[in-house]
Design a protein around this ligand. Structure first.
Ligand code: MEV
Length: 320
């Protein structure tokens, strides 16, 4: 059977506010959706024969989705389509991405969620649980053993609290969050970083388990701070989270330098977000004006990053 695709679908990018890595081991985590992170548009190819095509220029992707492809994006997409009752032939899918790829902002989950929404039957495409399940088929190709938080927030948006096996809750913020996202320009792979944390935990369980527990406790306290609008407590917890992630082995000196610069220039707190090893950080700011000054200060301190739109810091407002 050959699937018909919907003409357009979208998914959110994400910022993990607190709890990355520890979430893999069942601890809670908090994430915020970045709306319209990726929009996919599909159109039938002439004659409807031939392979599927996927092009996302902002991510330097131009692929044919064929069964013998070894490209991880092609393999992940084919898994999602198979979940949706594929195979699919004779369609071209073009993507408009507002988030960078492989930077810890949820690009792979956004792709698999948007693709599931293009390919699932109408009723399933409107059911968030089914969309997430289809997305996870792709996420497993990218990340091995993903917790599922990226797919959940890509499909739902807003701010969510997630714990593996326990599900998702929407979190109501008391006041908006003014964030600056700071790309490091350092490429990394989530699966490799998750495996590195697991290896460290296996080598030193008595040392690393308490760090994972502490990250989980920090999320519980961080959620209370978000719900109470206690920005000072949240900022302190963000700083502690960055240090604990360093203890897991997923920070790097350039990420520490970017975080220190943002805080030195007026951010209330800063931490890496997502798997680490590179990718992005975010800085919490008092208000939009403070966020704009942090963006200018990052450009002055790190002109090589500001020179490219792909690595320039940008503001994100998470609505209350
Ligand atoms: C990646 O965005 C978040 C991690 O916690 C991995 C996962 O939850 O699957 C590092």
């Amino acid at each position: 059977m050959t699937l018909e695709l919907r003409s357009e679908a979208e998914a959110c990018g994400k910022i993990i506010l607190l709890g990355e890595h520890s979430v893999v081991y069942g601890h809670p985590a908090l994430a915020a959706g970045l709306s319209r992170g990726l929009i996919l548009r599909a159109r039938p190819l002439d004659g409807r024969g031939g392979a599927m095509e996927l092009s996302i220029p902002a991510w330097d992707l131009d692929l044919r989705l064929t069964a013998d492809s070894e490209h991880p994006v092609a393999r992940a997409c084919l898994e999602v389509l198979a979940y949706c009752d594929g195979p699919v032939t004779g369609w071209r899918i073009e993507g408009e991405a507002k988030i960078p790829a492989r930077a810890g902002l949820g690009s792979s989950a956004a792709l698999s969620v948007a693709l599931a929404r293009l390919a699932l039957p109408e009723a399933d495409a409107r059911t968030v649980e089914t969309v997430v399940a289809a997305s996870m088929a792709g996420e497993r190709v990218f990340h091995g053993d993903p917790s599922g938080i990226d797919s959940e927030v890509a499909a739902r948006g807003g701010v969510i609290a997630f714990a593996r096996g326990e599900g998702v809750e929407a979190v109501r913020l008391r006041s908006p969050l003014h964030l600056v996202v700071v790309p490091s320009g350092i490429p990394r792979q989530t699966g490799v970083l998750v495996a590195g944390v697991r290896a460290r935990r296996d080598r030193f369980p008595q040392v690393i388990e308490p760090v994972l527990e502490a990250l989980g406790a920090l999320v519980v306290r961080g959620r209370a701070a978000l719900e109470a609008g206690d920005t000072a407590a949240l900022a302190e917890l963000i700083a502690v989270a960055h240090e604990l992630l360093g203890a897991l082995g997923v920070s790097r000196p350039p990420l520490d330098a970017l975080a220190a610069h943002a805080v030195g220039e007026g951010a209330l707190g800063a931490k890496l977000t997502g798997a680490g090893g590179g990718g992005c950080l975010f800085a919490l700011c008092d208000n939009p004006g403070a966020a704009a000054s942090v963006i200018s200060a990052m450009a002055e301190g790190f002109p090589e990053l500001a020179a490219s739109p792909r690595t320039r810091a940008f503001a994100v407002e998470v609505e209350a």
